[in-house]
Design a protein around this ligand. Sequence first.
Ligand code: ADP
Length: 585
Amino acid sequence: MSGQLPVAAEADVRRASVRLIRADGRAFAVVLALNALAAGAGLVGPWLLGRIIDEVRGGAGVSVVDRLALVILGCALTQVLLARAARYVGHRFGERTLARVREEFVERALALPASVVERAGTGDLTARGTADVAMVGTTLRDALPELLICSVQSLFILGAVFAIDPLLGGCGVLGLVGIWFATRWYLRRARTAYLAEGAATSEVAEILGATASGARTVEAFGLQRRRTLASREAIETLRRTRMRTLFLRNVFFPLVETSYAVPVVAVLLMGGALHARGAMSLGAVVAAALYLMQLVDPLDTILNRVEQLQSSSASFARVEGLAQAPRATSSAGSPAPVDDRIDVTDVRYSYDRGGEVLRGVDLTVRPGERLAVVGPSGAGKTTLSRLLAGVDAPSSGSVTVGRVPIVGLDPEQLRRQVVLVTQEHHVFLGTVRDNLLIAEPAATDAELWAALAAVGADDWAGELPDGLDTELGPAGHPTDGSRAQQLALARVVLADPHTLILDEATALLDPTTARHTERALAAVLEGRTVIAIAHRLHTAHDADRVAVMEDGRLTELGTHDDLVAADGAYAALWHSWHGEGRPAG
Ligand code: ADP
């Protein structure tokens, strides 16, 4: 889809990670310190075991062995406790950081201009806000603390081997080189291979799903052979991509598993030779070998988690990408509208894909008038209403209210000027009061009740168990379609804009609720400028003026009677509708 939301570059993801760690720097430092202490305690065991061996060979008694064994036990216990504390602090750090990521995400999502969200598709934003944020969350909570623990442990273990003997340490590190190369080889290929597998899986699901849901069409047009071929091709691609990832795993995992033994073997060989020459005690060799065997667990975890880190960094790039999306322009500092007049001046507009939809529209809406915009489907009426409501900016020309561009007004200012009334009568999770205060946060209870009364909702609202504090939404008090519409209209009353844009195609036309809300709507329209995108010609008949749109241009403008007398496009439309007695448009 065109106009997708941006994805952050790797450098930006890195910067964002550093910023998140800094924001909770103390907790992060504590996690690191606790991990280091735990890893240090873990090092004592193998070293003491080596000591025991040397003491026994030197003829020491049982009491010495017992004492050392007790110390080993103590250290093991200390390590377990410290590691638990580190994990606890780590998880708390992860949760707090995740909360920060979520808050930032919500804040940025709310700052997106409606047109950007519309272009990108709400699906993309939802996927980022759910799956991607969850992925980042798991990484922050589980993978990152574990990676930290294991990295610190590995470093300490290697350090201990070096401390026993630099030569043995060197052997250990050399033995690990194979794992490093194997991992690099794998990671370089894994990302593309897994992405290809994912894409192939989606393709198969898409083709099979489309064939199944369109089975009738496939049959009617005799497309069976073509669909079968396409499915086969997609399945073959999927098979190939799966074989590829299987191959990568089949090479990588056995290679790594066997490589774990290499440093241990190297140390035993080198240590054995040194011991034979009397250059090293048996205890030291055993301790070094034990250390390197201890290295397997953290290394294994690191390798597993690194892969997770890779895929979650892709998610983080999508979450962080929101920071680069344009923000709704704020009018802080820009002048307030001087009056209620709306001017459309030489407005042209094209959607991302496709040619010009509006081709030079000029129109002045007089305060208090009722203007009906009519015209054939596709003429650009809905597009014009979006520009008038400040949802989108014109490609060129201007749409102003009181000489200020409408699209530059911040939401707070905008809703005092112009409100678009559609059928999007959403009931928000929360109380009746929450649902109304969205439109006017400073409203008093008396004002809320007055707004409810204006739209005829005070009777049912008055019977709610907790009055304005009654919870609405799926888990709360049920709200049917007409009540949701009434709430939406009560919000319009509270926002008190001087102008309403009414798209008849989508506004309040649900026949089952129309009767309930028609009066409410009439009350809301009272005393305001109304620009109605009219799909029913009787709306046009009742309007003060009628604007006719054809092919992106405003071709006629005048009262109903004038336009009928002029015998142009509107007259033709009116006669055909009137003659046949049914709506047009
Ligand atoms: P009307 O409301 O008069 O039916 P619209 O403003 O909906 O006309 O559409 C005007 C033209 O713009 C049509 O050709 C339509 O196909 C095109 N259009 C509308 N919405 C979009 C969009 N989101 N992306 C691309 N083209 C669009």
